[in-house]
Design a protein around this ligand. Sequence first.
Ligand SMILES: [Zn+2]
Ligand SMILES: [Zn+2]
Length: 249
Amino acid sequence: MKYCTNCGVKSKKKFCDACDAKRNTSHNFCGWCGEAIPEGAHRCKNCKEPIKESAGAKVGRVLFAVIEFLLFAFCLLNAVLWAHDLPYTIQYAGSSVVRAVIILVLFLLSALVVFPLVRGWVRSATPGKKGRRALINALRVILAVALLWGGVYMGFVTNDMETDVNQWGHSIKAEALETFHERYALKNEDSFVLNDWRYKEVLSDTGDVYYIVTLDWSAENSLGGMTRQETVITLCYDEETGELYALDD
Ligand SMILES: [Zn+2]
Ligand SMILES: [Zn+2]
């Protein structure tokens, strides 16, 4: 509210600077536009805002505020966690700096659009326009979810598919292939074709880094035809030696 509901002076505070009255205890003036309110009126003639908030409107407002706050906290948490892991993500998970920063910006923006203070600004900017206010608030939530989803998608879903990005990616691929050929006796080694591969980095509870490597390969089978299948090899990163080694099946 922008005006004191008791004396009509411009005041955003809970207790008016001019008359010291607590907001909403008397209703002589509209708190949204400052118009004088005739006795017994239910809404302001000028801006159409209700003089007293109905119980239903209050429940709706509180419920929305709770949902908005939870969403805000979740978006912010994502941003903080992502920022915390940023150096690590860039160094080991094969994410480029630009990409990692874009993801961080998406998380921050998602938190910003549902920042609880923004609701108050929307309220002040839409006096008497309940429909428009509801629409803006709904769009804010949708936008936050979309930005959040965009960040999660870029950071976690497509990252699995990112291959051949750096030297580390090549090391993972080489170690996985070596393990594959040691482990599986193909009928004809020369017929081996790697169609595609991808890896996913997993951090264990004990802090060990694992790479789940999926090899999509084709090779000649015992009947002379080609077989295509996927094989998963799990690699572990040894921090002491700085080398990768394959875990037993
Ligand atoms: Zn006042
Ligand atoms: Zn008004």
